[in-house]
Design a protein around this ligand. Sequence first.
Ligand SMILES: Cc1cc2nc3c(=O)[nH]c(=O)nc-3n(C[C@H](O)[C@H](O)[C@H](O)COP(=O)(O)OP(=O)(O)OC[C@H]3O[C@@H](n4cnc5c(N)ncnc54)[C@H](O)[C@@H]3O)c2cc1C
Length: 493
Amino acid sequence: MTKQIDRRDFLKVVGAASVILGYSRDARAWVTEEGGGHGTFDRVPRLEGVLLTDAASRAAKETDLGNIIFNKPKAVLRPGSIEDIAKMVKFCAERDIVVAARGQGHATHGQAQARAGLVIDMSSLQVIHHIGNGFAVLDGGCTWRQLLEASLPAQTPPVLTGFIALSIGGTLSMGGISGMAYDKGVQIQHVLELTVVTGKGKIKVCSESKNPDLFDHVLAGQGQCGIIVRAKVKLVPAKPLVLNSTMVYPDVHSLQNDLRTLVYRKELDSVYAQGVTDPATGAFVWLLNIASFHDASTTPNTAHLTRDLSYIPGTLSTNDIPYLDFQLTVDNFIAFLRSIDRFDRNMHPWYDAFLPDSGLGAHVDEVVTSFQADDVGSFGFVLIFPLLTSTITRPLFRLPEEELVYLFDVLTARDEPGYDADFAANKRARNNEWFDHARSLGGTRYPIGTLDFTPGDWRRHYGREWRAFERAKEQFDPRNILAPGPGIFPAGC
Ligand SMILES: Cc1cc2nc3c(=O)[nH]c(=O)nc-3n(C[C@H](O)[C@H](O)[C@H](O)COP(=O)(O)OP(=O)(O)OC[C@H]3O[C@@H](n4cnc5c(N)ncnc54)[C@H](O)[C@@H]3O)c2cc1C
């Protein structure tokens, strides 16, 4: 493996300055042609894709949508095949180089970063291999939007996230929730099979019946035990139209009463709520959003679906819209934010916690009454998603121990683009404080957001699953190189 430099033996030429020849264990650095390539080095495997060490490629992967944590990788892989990923993970494991898969980089606290390591840009593999009756097989780097556009008009994933430009591998590493999940379970419940590259660089297929230990520790596994390179996910018949209604509640308690009623009735296809400031009064109110999917021949009965609810009279508003338009609501808003440069460069210190039914009201009151003007921001959101815990069987998706729980998100967006150290410090401290309150009520973390967790916090988070998770990590990533971002298994442990 160790070889003297051979200047003709280049891997790929990706711009004059970026020919990577190998890796020097002594210097703990990639050896590039530009750097002269003196001394001995380990030759990088032959790849179908490209390995990049130029400043622009590394800078593009040093942060994420949070724009709060910055860890510059030493190299970026744009794989041309699953085998490229396996080869490079093996190469890195043998040299203790940390590796993070990056889908769309939309987690907000360094989750997809690898300081001084290798970031694998999963977006270079985005092939939908097969759409069958009731399932699709596609690359982990595909987005849910790509899948939806390919599977419609006949089929749809049973649960989509609110924003669907997220990667398959990224949301399956977290959970994947929206208003559609409340009675069906989050996206990780709708996976039939995964192809995974483990931390040893082995390509393995897993499912509920094949390598179930790997399957259980990859779904919602935050990339700790393997990289999802391909997934077989469920599809269900799609309906062309959505009857979508909103109604206003003055406070979280009246909203929660009706959320409970609607969840247990199980008559809706989607239910969630958004906290908004009423422009007329300046009051913070809740907008309940319910949806029923239907064919052109059968319009759902809004009066029936909203019977006995206690929203503010006169605030019910209903629209009948195409299914794809409904699923693209958030994507279209984000396209607008991008058009005015208020998304990718803005800081997003997101707060995301699951609360038990018994604790939601107290926690939301505590948080909302403390809001400063910049706690949500002009382009942020406050959301509540109900979820029945009986729908969840995947062990690493950690939820409060009640039958009904809610994801409560304060998706803060700083108004102006660019980094502000005081804002970062202030909002990190705020999130940590809010989460302490949530946890005192039995809350758990949804790990997409911005929270400073110690290894002890993670052990507590995984609770009775911790030992099995630790064992899986030892088995599938024994060099502890995968997904260092969340700090679950810090180096040296
Ligand atoms: C505008 C917006 C709206 C959102 N809406 C929702 C929502 O409605 N519901 C919801 O559940 N979430 C939502 N999220 C959060 C989102 O699900 C997570 O941030 C998710 O991780 C994003 O996917 P990604 O492709 O950007 O992942 P990244 O941020 O790139 O990665 C996240 C983590 O997953 C790991 N990872 C990425 N790809 C792979 C892979 N192929 N194999 C193994 N590990 C991998 C990374 O290493 C990292 O640890 C939203 C985010 C944004 C920005």
